[in-house]
Design a binder for this molecule. Structure first.
Ligand SMILES: Nc1ncnc2c1ncn2[C@@H]1O[C@H](COP(=O)(O)OP(=O)(O)O)[C@@H](O)[C@H]1O
Ligand SMILES: [Mg+2]
Length: 377
């Protein structure tokens, strides 16, 4: 009766389990052992364990483990064993002595299958990787959409140096036609043009960097937070002028450095700036203004604030602006991803993004920890 009782309990245990007598023979196996290794009780009882589940050449290891348990030790090991069909199985085994009245009467061995745990881990890692990949694609998509917005602005930016070059060329041609070109002025004209060409190259280079895919760890380095702001204005400055928006830049040139991704931060600032521009476009107000400031915040932080005087965001909208895909804009104008992606990028910088009302100004503030110079990175 008692034996059946225990057999029933052991049969319901989810790990494979066996008992071994003092001669090293199997005296009992539970149902999970049969399932895992493929041996029935008839094929197992009375045999040494090493005869059944040792992969080629491993018999000695099993016998040694059993000997250690027999001497009273508990043995815990990660091992590879072999099922009846030849399949190798990764396991954790625990061998424990059964001691009654100071006498070793038998050994119990429990086997936990690691394969399933490993498979789950691999699945989890794969899911994590896919998630990272998808996020990085989204960030990229949002950036491309910002670049769409920037296209007309970039056209303006390129137009200006082109016009300057045209004027220099026309001057030269006119002087040649009138036979009054002074040879010594030619190098100066060429230098002028070279400067304009360099300016255009900078804009195009930067556009290329801006659209390149961010890898998931975002190329973090020691940077001056003013740099991404200045780079942003390489692509967007002229456009704001044509929209009658007065832009004021107040950059503190004495800022401590921060640990960050220049492109990631530029993406955030660009989105906030474009959001500010959209807000102002919708208003009839005169004196449309955007102000950008960088400053030291307390002792160990650096902040950038971007504000516009297009009025405050209603509370019910404000509560939702960081949600992915939340937008109040017509299709094609907004993806609703800008601020949620900004928040994600900022969090990867161990920083924060906040929104404040200031009279009729809506103000976004981005704050990052300042580097003290003692960091180990
Ligand atoms: N400066 C701002 N003034 C008014 N509303 C804003 C401002 N910035 C963001 N918002 C609101 O937040 C929403 C979400 O912004 P965002 O995540 O950048 O997506 P999108 O710009 O594509 O709509 C906007 O649709 C707008 O309603
Ligand atoms: Mg936006």
């Amino acid at each position: 009766m008692q034996r059946e009782y225990f057999q029933e309990i052991f049969n319901n245990v989810l790990s494979a389990m066996i008992l071994i007598n003092n001669k090293g023979e199997i005296t009992y196996i539970n149902r999970e052992f049969s399932r895992l290794f493929g041996y029935s009780p008839d094929e197992s009882i009375g045999k040494p364990l090493s005869d059944l589940i040792s992969p080629q050449g491993n018999e000695k290891e099993i016998t040694e483990n059993i000997e250690r348990v027999k001497k009273g030790e508990q043995v815990l090991k990660e091992v590879v064993r072999q099922g009846k069909n030849g399949e190798l199985i990764e396991l954790v085994v625990i061998g424990s002595p059964i001691i009654i009245k100071d006498k070793h009467v038998a050994s119990s061995i429990v086997f936990s299958d690691m394969t399933e745990r490993k498979e789950n881990q691999i699945k989890l890692e794969k899911a994590n990787k896919e998630l990272k990949e998808a996020t990085s694609k989204l960030i990229h998509t949002e950036r491309i959409s910002a670049l769409g917005e920037l296209t007309s602005s970039i056209a303006h930016e390129l137009n200006q140096p082109l016009n300057n070059m045209k004027i220099v060329c026309q001057d030269i041609l006119r002087d040649v036609a009138k036979d009054r070109l002074e040879v010594e002025t030619i190098p100066e004209s060429i230098e002028d043009m070279e400067e304009q060409i360099n300016k255009m190259a900078r804009i195009i280079d930067h556009m290329r960097i801006f659209t390149r895919r961010l890898d998931s760890n975002m190329n973090m380095e020691k940077i001056n937070i003013n740099d991404p702001i200045k780079n942003m204005f390489l692509l967007i400055g002229e456009q704001l002028k044509t929209k009658n928006i007065d832009t004021v830049k107040n950059l503190n040139e004495e800022l401590p450095r921060v640990w960050g991704s220049s492109i990631g931060l530029e993406q955030i600032f660009t989105n906030i700036l474009i959001n500010a521009r959209h807000a102002l476009e919708e208003k009839e107000c005169k004196n449309k203004k955007i102000e950008i400031e960088s400053f030291i915040n307390g002792e160990n932080e650096v902040s950038v604030s971007i504000k516009n005087n297009g009025g405050l965001i209603p509370l019910d909208i404000k509560e939702r602006i960081f949600e992915p895909f939340f937008t109040t804009k017509e299709p094609g104008k907004g993806t609703g991803l800008g601020l949620s992606i900004s928040k994600k990028i900022i969090e990867e910088h161990s920083g924060r993004i906040e929104i404040e009302d200031e009279g009729q100004w809506t103000k976004f503030i981005i704050t990052l920890p300042a580097l003290t110079g003692n960091e180990v990175k």
